[in-house]
Ligand binder design. Structure first.
Ligand SMILES: Nc1ncnc2c1ncn2[C@@H]1O[C@H](COP(=O)(O)OP(=O)(O)OP(=O)(O)O)[C@@H](O)[C@H]1O
Length: 625
């Protein structure tokens, strides 16, 4: 590439970066829209007013010192000038104090308001994102980077730095006009002195950000190792497999690598800052000597006092500018993570306007559905077709990775099929209003949530608008068998579950699962999906739930994913998946008679239970289907 092309490319990059930064600044300012306009404008005005303080101070100091010198010489009127200048200096000092006290108060209020608003926006956005954004590592990294900014602290700092930079600039301009009115050359030297240090700060802030950006995965890994050694859910395994030292070693290796890179950066940053800072110091010292010498020839002592104060004022304003620009640059990049996240496209899964039926009349149909997870080549479903008649209970079985949960994700519209169609009551699924569709599906996922909240919420979240309807919550708990233990709690449905909060009560795995089932039952929706709903529930309770499933989900068309044949056999229809395709379907009896995969696996599991001694059922059959 020629030097000219490289230059053009660099210019284009700079241009792109600048317009991106301008966009982020605009987004930061726009985020203030919902906050108190009076507070925002008062803060901006007060902060900018403080910019006039240094120039006024220099002017008045020069006046006062000259008046003192003239008074000593007995120049007429010098005493009055001195009184005026001294009064001016006092007024400026008091004014600055009042302005900055009020500005600090407004600043702290706005910071609280801003943090709360951004935190809320991040949460709302999280609920609107596609599942793909959570399951794709790159998108998840972006999400995590944004979460780190979700307190709004960095974005607010950008606002503060914009103000500080503007104030410092305004202050420099005003000080310059005073200095230029005295001596142009001296003004130039004083003003340029801080530039080299400024340049070093900007360059290294940029490098620091790039380093942090590229290590996002490793940072997350380090947090993960920390998490494994400090959370209740992983404690038992880490302890008994003695994983502690290994995890600490992995963590240490990562942070040592961070340290190695950061040390290199710190050496260069501080080395260059020291060298370039020396240039700045030399500039200021030269200006000082020049000011002293020129005062000898002009005899204007007031101006000398002004120069000396100006050196300090320029140092402070340039420092403010330096800090403002450097931190503004770095924080703009970090806050970019937040705004990039907030402006991510929402819901690639598109829906229509058709309301979802209260009860299915025909059924659910998958027609030649193929699905690949975004960013992967693996075909999770391969021309999958099936029909689940309305009002029936259909079971999905298949080996691990066969595609069962993927069917659930497509039916619940968490993903869109790559090709093929899903019809509900003969209508393509995308014609239904997505929110309405999701409201009309009661689902228990394999990895359901254990809300660290009262039982009422854990069950009531099935119909959040009816959280206070204790009778319905009780009925749902009775349907899943959760009432048996909840009624035994002192605070019954107001008992807080989990261990994270004070007074929380921990449940067993099976009890949690019954609570999750109650949540889905409460929904009383036309479609019920239970993805491995009873894996942790004892066989007696499982038989009871499934024996009554039709009564519990009386209006529903249900889809049950299970590895347990005792659960599966009661279904009206069983779909057997293998490698993302449907390989067999029928009732339990029909599939046994067919003598295919289902029959083989059923017998394997049944034999394992009937084997009098030796290997236990789990060992013999495992999770074969
Ligand atoms: N989020 C994802 N991103 C990429 N690939 C995925 C994702 N989830 C699942 N897969 C892949 O899709 C295929 C089907 O997975 P799925 O979870 O549907 O299987 P399953 O039948 O439910 O398995 P199991 O019985 O273990 O729950 C598997 O090959 C799996 O590796």
């Amino acid at each position: 590439m020629s030097a000219e092309q490289t230059q053009t490319q660099t210019q284009a990059q700079t241009h792109r970066r600048l317009s991106r930064d301008l966009r982020y600044w605009w987004l930061v300012l726009r985020s203030f829209r919902g906050l108190s306009p009076l507070r925002v404008s008062a803060l901006a005005l007060l902060t900018l007013l403080t910019a006039a303080v240094p120039a006024a101070g220099i002017w008045l100091t020069a006046d006062a010192v000259q008046a003192v010198a003239d008074a000593v010489e007995g120049v007429p009127g010098a005493g009055d000038r001195l009184t005026r200048a001294a009064a001016g200096l006092v007024a400026v000092a008091v004014g600055e104090h009042v302005l900055s006290s009020v500005a600090q108060y407004l600043n702290s209020l706005l910071q609280l308001e801003f943090g709360a608003a951004i935190g809320e926006q991040v949460m709302v956005k999280g609920t609107r994102m596609d599942l793909g954004s959570y399951e794709d590592p790159e998108a998840y990294d972006r999400l995590q980077r944004a979460l780190r900014e979700s307190g709004g602290g960095t974005a607010f700092e950008v606002f503060e730095e914009m103000l500080r930079t503007l104030t410092s600039l305004a202050s420099l301009v005003m000080v310059s006009s005073v200095l230029f009115s005295w001596n142009a050359w001296l003004a130039v030297v004083i003003l340029l002195a801080p530039v080299p240090t400024l340049a070093a700060h900007i360059v290294f802030s940029k490098e620091g950000y790039a380093v942090e950006y590229h290590r996002a995965q490793d940072r997350r890994r380090a947090f993960y190792y920390q998490d494994l050694t400090t959370t209740d859910s992983s404690y038992k395994e880490v302890k008994l497999y003695q994983l502690g030292p290994y995890l600490v070693d992995r963590y240490r290796a990562l942070v040592q690598e961070f340290f190695r890179v950061d040390r290199g950066l710190a050496r260069r940053r501080h080395g260059w800052s020291a060298v370039l800072g020396l240039v700045s110091v030399a500039g200021s010292a030269g200006a000082l000597v020049f000011a002293l010498k020129s005062t000898v020839s002009t005899g204007r002592l007031g101006e000398l006092a002004g120069y000396l104060q100006a050196l300090g004022a320029v140092h402070v304003a340039a420092g403010g500018l330096l800090l403002g620009v450097a931190t503004l640059y770095q924080n703009t990049l970090f806050t970019g993570n937040l705004f990039d996240y907030l402006s991510l496209p929402e819901g690639s899964v598109t829906g229509g306007t058709r309301p979802f039926p209260q009860r299915l009349a025909h059924g659910i149909e998958f027609q030649d559905v193929t699905f690949r997870y975004p960013g992967t080549e693996t075909v999770a479903l391969d021309r999958f077709s099936c029909f689940v008649p309305a009002g029936t209970c259909c079971a999905l079985v298949g080996a691990n990775g066969a595609g069962k949960s993927t069917v659930v994700k497509l039916l619940t519209r968490l993903y869109e099929p790559t090709s093929g169609r899903i019809l509900i009551d003969g209508v393509p699924i995308e014609e239904y209003d997505t929110t309405d569709l999701q409201r009309n599906i009661g689902v228990v996922f394999q990895d359901f949530i254990r809300y660290e909240m009262p039982v009422r919420h854990n069950i009531g979240f099935g119909r959040v608008e009816e959280l206070d309807d204790t009778d319905r919550i009780r009925a749902a708990a009775a349907a899943s068998g959760a009432d048996a233990f909840v009624d035994g709690f002192e605070a019954t449905y107001d008992t807080v579950l989990g261990r994270h909060f004070e007074g929380g009560r921990q449940l067993s795995g099976g009890q949690w699962q019954k609570i999750a089932l109650a949540r889905a039952f409460l929904r009383d929706a036309p479609i019920a999906i239970l993805d491995e709903p009873t894996a942790a529930i004892d066989p007696e309770a499982e038989a009871d739930i499934f024996g009554r499933l039709r009564t519990i989900c009386s209006r529903a068309t249900s889809l049950v994913v299970s590895h347990r044949f005792s659960t599966v056999r009661v279904a009206d229809k069983i779909l057997v998946l293998d490698g993302g395709s449907l390989i067999e379907e029928g009732t339990h009896g029909e599939l046994l008679a067919l003598g295919g995969t289902y029959a083989r696996l059923f017998r394997l599991q049944a034999d394992a239970y009937l084997t009098p001694s030796g290997a236990g059922p789990a060992e013999r059959s495992g999770d074969l289907v």
